[in-house]
Design a protein around this ligand. Structure first.
Ligand SMILES: [Zn+2]
Length: 106
């Protein structure tokens, strides 16, 4: 069973008491909690307190809130809003044709 988290319009308060089945251990329930999120920004380790996440009460798995992650990424990324650079194009290997094909003459 797949549970979709949709909190687009729902306030975070509405998620109090809501649990979703843990995707990892399948036995635990993941509850809405606020944790400290750690991430690397370049060479610096930064911590984000009160970060919304779902935490399993059995295995302790953490699923960070995708919307909050998205916002954090936008905040931290100096390239926010810019289009992502395309991966370098691989050179096409074209079969080399040397000169015109000799046409058969009957
Ligand atoms: Zn679990």
């Amino acid at each position: 069973m797949k549970t979709t988290i949709n909190e687009e319009n729902s306030g975070l308060a509405n998620l109090q008491g809501v649990t979703i089945a843990c995707t990892d251990c399948q036995t635990g329930q993941m509850r809405r909690q606020y944790v400290t999120y750690y991430t690397w920004l370049g060479d610096e380790l930064i911590s984000v307190p009160d970060f919304p996440a779902w935490v399993c009460d059995v295995c302790g798995r953490r699923e960070y809130d995708p919307h909050a992650l998205n916002q954090l990424t936008l905040l931290l990324s100096p390239n926010a809003g810019k289009p992502t650079p395309r991966p370098p194009r691989k050179p096409m290997q074209k079969p080399m044709r040397k000169g015109p094909r000799p046409s058969r003459q009957e």
